[in-house]
Design a binder for this molecule. Sequence first.
Ligand code: SAH
Length: 377
Amino acid sequence: MRRQNVLGLSRDDLESYFETRGEKRFRATQLMLWLYHKLVVDFNSMTNIAAGLRQIMLDELAIELPEVLTVLESQDGTVKWLMKTQSGDTIETVLIPDGRRQTLCISSQVGCVLDCTFCATGKQGFNGNLSTGEIVGQVLQASLWMKEHRPSERLSNVVFMGMGEPLLNFDATFKAIDVLKDDLGFGLSRRRVTVSTAGVVPGIERMCGLTTVALAVSLHAPNDEIRSELVPLNRRYPIESLIDACRAYLTSQDVKATITFEYTLIENVNDTPSLALELAKLLKDFRCKVNLIPFNPFPGSTYRRPDDSRIYAFHKILMDNGIRAMRRTTRGADIDAACGQLVGRVSDRTRRAARYEDGMNSVYTPAQKIRASTVLN
Ligand code: SAH
């Protein structure tokens, strides 16, 4: 019998697991505290669980973490992990420190089916959904690394802005979110978990009443003509239906909730003053903020990043028209960790990696160290 990955089980699942074995439900509490608070990933070290029960757990359950192949650290403190999934594919996870905030950007799928024209992830195709355990596993791996390398820092936010479209992997995503938000899990409050979508309208509709996480929508254009060009999914779910779904989500939340619209600025494609005005009109009276992301180039793409004066001008028009907008600074560009650059490939991840050869330490098994140095050499 294949052992079940505990990282894929919510508190409810674990409680019923122990109950059906004639054990008290609080065993689930003990197990989760070991895993997610003490970051102990070995059943034998869970000393307040009786040896007999530990043996049953060893027989039936496993703590399956995605295997870390490489860890790269940017000059600005951003960290990127390349991790191997159960299926043998590789995914990327990024930690973005910003003042007191430590935001982890996680992947929900291997590749992506949506093929947005400006995103590198789409260019590599799609190899499947991640399981709940693989989503939670990225957060646990990152936490283990932080405990070792940045012990004074704690993860404060998780955003589903890595590879993939979380709303096309709905069940696994929201079960993982249960663990992220659970006090016995990572204990992140609802506003500290953000699901970002390219505009999967039925997914947003399904979120209404089911969850209270923060919603980010990748808008990128104020009209269907340009948006359908950039985000092909827009042909199926045009802007009007997307805005309606966003309104429905806001209605389902408390009055303080807002939606973030992400807008990747691409020179001469969607960055003109008239489009800024059109965007301001579209979002007028909507409880939202706009995140302006300068386009991050990747090999093979013909788009360009606008120069700063164009970005400032776009930003100013939005603000002058009453729209809350922020310019997002590019982080981790030297390790290809910025938005839209996550591709999970291995071959050219060598530039800044050498220092990790020695840095791979006790949280990694010898096999992982060997694999990492193989990749790095
Ligand atoms: N599929 C989800 C989450 C992943 S993308 C979504 O589309 O929202 C996370 C953000 O990075 C999105 O807003 C995406 O549009 C943006 N992005 C993708 N490629 C980019 C690039 N090359 N430069 C800047 N931002 C990019």
